[in-house]
Ligand binder design. Sequence first.
Ligand code: BJW
Length: 245
Amino acid sequence: MNLLDQVSPFDPIVILTGAGISKESGLATFRDPDGIWAKHKIEDVATPQAFAHNPNAVLDFYNVRRAQMNDADLRPNDAHRALGALEEFWPGEVLLVTQNIDNLHARGGSQNLIHMHGELAKTRCNDCDEIIEGLGNLTTDMACPGCSAVGTLRPHVVWFGEMPLQMDRITSALSNCRLFMSIGTSGNVYPAAGFVQEARSRGAMTIELNLEKSLSASAFYEGRYGPATETVTGFVGDLKSRAAE
Ligand code: BJW
């Protein structure tokens, strides 16, 4: 049975992406041998406790990554652009849920987009919860533009132990989708790693597009393995043919 035979052009699609889709643009993944967690300990930079105990180290970690994202040479790759095009040509709803905090999906043309782990371009105040865009590098002596508290500004990202964003909307979309695609994510981090089971239990077809089998690989109906610029453009091409039938 061909997976695409089970999907009609007006069916809703949910796509989950992770760090692997931005790798060919030049951003590091987390858990590959050359990844971010090979150079930094999670408990030093990606927990609320780390920010409480050593805010400078946490802010520096994200200041460096923000500078990488804003580098003039960093661009969306063919996989980001293919997903932007999919939203344009697919007659049904396409919701893109990314775990990535970079801005490459929006720059690749995706508009129906949820950043479930937050956005590097945004800052949040730990006191008043105001979200501010475009502040750039953060330091502990900065004051919140909303409440004037000093030392409370943090990147608007989701650390371990914190609730990912827009979970109600994501859960509802997973219940209603007919096709669930997972791209460039290792399946280590929940709740994202459980989305395939949620979608599948509600009758969706499921496909994984990754460099190698993820921890969740056995839960997918189909897997295509290789660099995202090849597997995503290939599969989106198949969807374009299906939409034209
Ligand atoms: C390519 C490629 C190419 C490479 N082409 N592919 C026990 C059981 C279940 C859950 C828990 C548990 N104990 C604790 C938890 C909860 C915890 C968790 O999951 N822990 C696990 C480690 C066990 N989760 C949380 O705390 C989350 N919150 C939460 O659960 O709230 C409660 C809740 C309850 C009920 C419902 C809902 C919520 C919050 C998680 C926050 C994650 N934060 C981070 C850092 C912040 C953002 C940042 O700094 O960027 O988010 S961690 C990091 O991992 C980052 C990523 O978004 C996330 C996922 O990583 P990703 O994207 O999968 O990257 P990699 O590197 O792991 O994989 C890349 C893949 O790409 C690889 O497979 C490569 O092969 C592939 N690849 N090149 C295609 N060219």
